[in-house]
Design a protein around this ligand. Structure first.
Ligand code: FES
Length: 76
């Protein structure tokens, strides 16, 4: 589970995605040749996909968050 330490303040990271859910989980199978860019900052307007909002967040806060880029199997 890693070295978890709660963040200062409210400690809440997700302020807008699926707030009625107890836990936000997404699962997707990528087809051959597909590539997807997933949000890890919780700020995207197209969550779970990244829409570039992390760049504004990083500029405003000095943070360094960015997306997860996943590639499906190579096309034959
Ligand atoms: Fe969240 Fe890009 S918008 S990582």
């Amino acid at each position: 589970a890693g070295d978890y330490e709660p963040m200062e303040g409210e400690g809440k990271m997700n302020m807008k995605i699926d707030l009625d859910s107890k836990k936000v989980v997404n699962m997707e199978e990528l087809a051959a040749g597909d590539k997807k860019v997933y949000c890890r900052c919780w700020l995207s307007g197209t969550f779970p996909l990244c829409d570039g909002t992390h760049a504004k967040h990083n500029d405003a806060t000095g943070d360094n968050v960015g997306p997860l880029i996943v590639s499906g199997p190579k096309k034959e």
